[in-house]
Design a binder for this molecule. Structure first.
Ligand code: SF4
Length: 295
């Protein structure tokens, strides 16, 4: 049996700070993205249905009034429909005040479910799927070994939202390096316009020690965009977006400047802010500047 909390740190999206975190899996079943250090040294394990039942019962005794639950770790949506259905049914039965259950997801894990299955999961309180698009550029996704195509992720995101689920999408500024910065912006904007995610988070890629990307940076085969280049990317991306109702955030510690707004309402303001910053010529044009240790 897996311990109650066995990864340290236990990863969850910032928006899940107030949620009860139930770790039904350990690690990521894929675990090969070159930029990702989250579960690098963690052997993937799944709790059995019986273990999950016991875990839910124990947590329900401790916090019976829980309204929000995040199911960790890396790609809980990958589990077969029947298992997700069983888990969500158990949660609904044990937590009478439960309003929403959120998970990390991948495009292929969503694509493996039918429209009817996605709707059935929504009825059982599945609410937000955190999906890492990273880039809309297929070549970049291939280079970083994402194991997913943009086309699959866009279609999966659209289907999930049609089924009533909410997509919280993550993109990684700088993921194409200097070499593909233009392609990254153009294809990512196009993907976002087609998917219309309700929530969008733009983070800057951080080469985390121990990852392949970090080794590529050290070897000189991946040239990171400069601090100014990262700001230019987010400015050009915002200028190309045609979103109808999206909350946009780029306020993670990796970002050069914190940005937040509703799109399209705040789009012109955000672009103007970034234009002023670029015009001031204070940004580092030679290096990425200071970065956090973790993505
Ligand atoms: S980015 Fe997501 S899918 Fe890729 S290795 Fe990390 S957790 Fe797994």
């Amino acid at each position: 049996m897996l311990g109650l909390l066995h990864n340290n740190p236990l990863f969850r999206p910032p928006a899940e700070a107030e949620s009860l975190i139930l770790q039904v899996d350990r690690g990521c079943p894929y675990n090969r993205c070159t930029f990702c250090g989250m579960y690098r040294d963690v052997k993937f394990q799944r709790r059995s249905a019986e273990e999950i039942r016991r875990l839910i019962a124990a947590e329900a005794r401790q916090a019976p009034d829980t309204r929000r639950i995040f199911l960790a770790d890396g790609d809980v949506m990958r589990r077969p429909f029947e298992e997700l259905h069983g888990m969500l049914s158990e949660l609904a039965a044990r937590f009478p005040a439960l309003a929403r259950v959120n998970v990390y997801a991948t495009g292929s894990a969503i694509a493996a479910k039918t429209d009817e299955q996605l709707q059935a999961l929504r009825v059982l309180k599945l609410h937000t799927l955190y999906l890492g698009l990273e880039s809309g550029d297929e070549e970049i996704l291939r280079r970083v070994k994402k194991g997913e195509t943009a086309a699959c992720m866009i279609e999966a995101g659209r289907r999930a939202q049609t089924a009533g689920l909410r997509i919280s999408l993550m993109i990684l500024l700088g993921l194409g390096g200097v070499e593909r910065t233009r392609e990254h912006v153009a294809a990512t904007a196009d993907a976002l316009n087609r998917m219309q995610p309700r929530l969008l988070a733009a983070l800057r890629v951080v080469p985390v020690p121990g990852t392949e990307l970090h080794a590529e940076v050290r070897a000189g085969s991946f040239r990171q965009v400069s601090e100014r280049g990262a700001v230019q990317e987010v400015r050009d991306l915002l200028a190309r977006l045609e979103l109808t109702n999206t909350v946009f955030r780029a306020n993670h510690a990796s970002n050069v400047v914190p940005l937040e707004g509703r799109l399209p309402h705040d789009q012109a303001r955000l672009v103007a802010e970034l234009d002023r910053l670029l015009a001031a010529h204070r940004l580092d044009t030679d290096s990425p500047g200071s970065m956090p240790l973790w993505l």
